[in-house]
Design a protein around this ligand. Structure first.
Ligand SMILES: Nc1ncnc2c1ncn2[C@@H]1O[C@H](COP(=O)(O)OP(=O)(O)O)[C@@H](O)[C@H]1O
Ligand SMILES: [Mg+2]
Length: 404
């Protein structure tokens, strides 16, 4: 960072009180961040999704490249733009339009749920930070949106990494009561979830952001529990499900990115979930803490279930994250998990890849960054693993809808 970009700070006389010191540091930091941000993004500049090459577009629609070329799309979509090499580039809106067009004659092209297929609410969880929850949630949400499902991603983590990945800066872009907390709070400031939903630059993917405000839920819940007015809708475990009820018809898939703790937010998310995905980085220490997580969850869930909370589910899976198959201790742990949990561990693992972590540094996912930005092999290997993991989950979703 160039010196000139740094805010001047007087280090000679720090405040005497700890409160003032912390407050001053917070002010300095947010002023600095604001300044950096003003330089990085012009005001009002929105994140925008890249365009897709014909091969990518065809794959997203579920047809061959050759078939896409033969399709006569007169008037169905505006003429696809061409890049400097004369290759066609499709926007996600165009991909959706082509899929819908084909779906008019053949229902199989359409992924959106129909009839009595129920909304899938997938909680991505593990109380260990860094186990890949947010990375998994973001890629999964985008995978579904790219294929024409209507998706809502919910950031339940006060640290708001998912919101940040979607270009929402929790410190600057969110006023009070503009997070999921607004829809689950107990007091009279509670609002409809539709008021806190934001569109993203992925057509078909909306988000409810989070920020530190969510921490209030952990503080307010014990108070609400003792207040006496313990009607069902005031019980903490019904709060997330209750909020989601308001948009049940609007989305096919809801992805809940849980915080790295086993608090009321996580429990309420698990109660709202129709399916659970536990992310595990296969290291012995992480697995040891996971056994604690499972014990504690079971204990708490027992209480919730006895109080009338929802403990049913469609599917429950473990997914290996940041996996290095050549690391013998990791592959041992992976083998151990597979022998203990059988097919509850997804067959495909999310391998560790510089493509994922590099994209993350610029607040992007691998689906957003084009192949030209990486070594082809690195990109292809990561993309293959991502699509395989997410495809397995898509199959579980379709299965729960009774589709083939
Ligand atoms: N497959 C992967 N390969 C490389 N880095 C990864 C991968 N998955 C996650 N990461 C990195 O690991 C860190 C923690 O992941 P994150 O998804 O934020 O975990 P959590 O939400 O559980 O705290 C992030 O910096 C992320 O970029
Ligand atoms: Mg996270």
């Amino acid at each position: 960072m160039a010196e000139a970009n740094l805010i001047k700070v007087d280090h000679a006389s720090p405040p005497k009180s700890l409160t003032r010191l912390i407050e001053a540091d917070a002010d300095i930091l947010s002023a600095q961040l604001q300044q950096l941000r003003a330089r990085a993004f012009a005001p009002l500049e929105q994140k925008e999704l890249r365009r897709f090459m014909a091969g990518e577009a065809a794959k997203l629609i579920g047809i061959s490249d050759a078939y896409l070329r033969t399709l006569v799309l007169d008037g169905v979509i505006p003429e696809a733009e061409k890049n400097s090499a004369g290759r066609r580039l499709y926007t996600l809106e165009q991909v959706h339009a082509i899929r819908d067009h084909l779906g008019r004659n053949k229902r199989d092209y359409i992924n959106r749920r129909v009839g009595d297929e129920h909304q899938q609410v997938i909680a991505v969880t593990n109380f260990k930070g860094g186990s890949g929850k947010t990375t998994t949630s973001a890629h999964l949400a985008q995978y579904f949106a790219l294929r024409g499902y209507r998706v809502l991603a919910v950031d339940l983590d006060p640290q708001a990494s998912l919101s940040a990945l979607f270009g929402i800066q929790p410190e600057f872009d969110l006023g009070s009561n503009e997070t999921i907390y607004g829809a689950i709070r107990y007091d009279d400031q509670q609002r409809l979830i539709s008021r806190v939903i934001r569109k993203t630059y992925f057509s078909g993917l909306d988000i409810v952001p989070g920020n530190l405000e969510l921490q209030e839920f952990e503080h307010e819940t014990p108070r609400a529990l003792t207040e006496g007015r313990r009607t069902a809708d005031r019980m903490f475990f019904t709060r997330v499900a209750g909020a989601l009820k308001g948009v049940e018809d609007d989305y096919d898939i809801v992805i809940l990115d849980c915080p790295p703790s086993l608090g009321y937010l996580t429990l309420s998310a698990l109660c709202a979930a129709t399916s659970v995905l536990v992310t595990i980085h296969p290291q012995m220490l992480d697995v040891a803490s996971m056994s604690q997580f499972l014990h504690m969850t079971a204990g708490l869930f027992d209480v919730v279930e006895k109080a009338g909370g929802n403990a049913g589910y469609d599917w429950f899976r473990y997914v290996l994250t940041r996996y290095e198959p050549n690391d013998s201790s990791q592959s041992q742990v992976a083998g151990l998990l597979r022998s203990l949990f059988g097919d509850r561990v997804l067959t495909n693992a999310m391998v560790k890849s510089a493509a994922i972590s590099d994209a993350g540094i610029t607040k992007q996912t691998l689906y957003e960054v084009g192949r030209e930005n990486f070594h082809r092999q690195t990109y292809d290997r990561a993309m293959e693993a991502l699509d395989a993991v997410n495809g397995e989950i898509e199959d579980l979703v379709k299965h729960s809808w009774g589709r083939k």
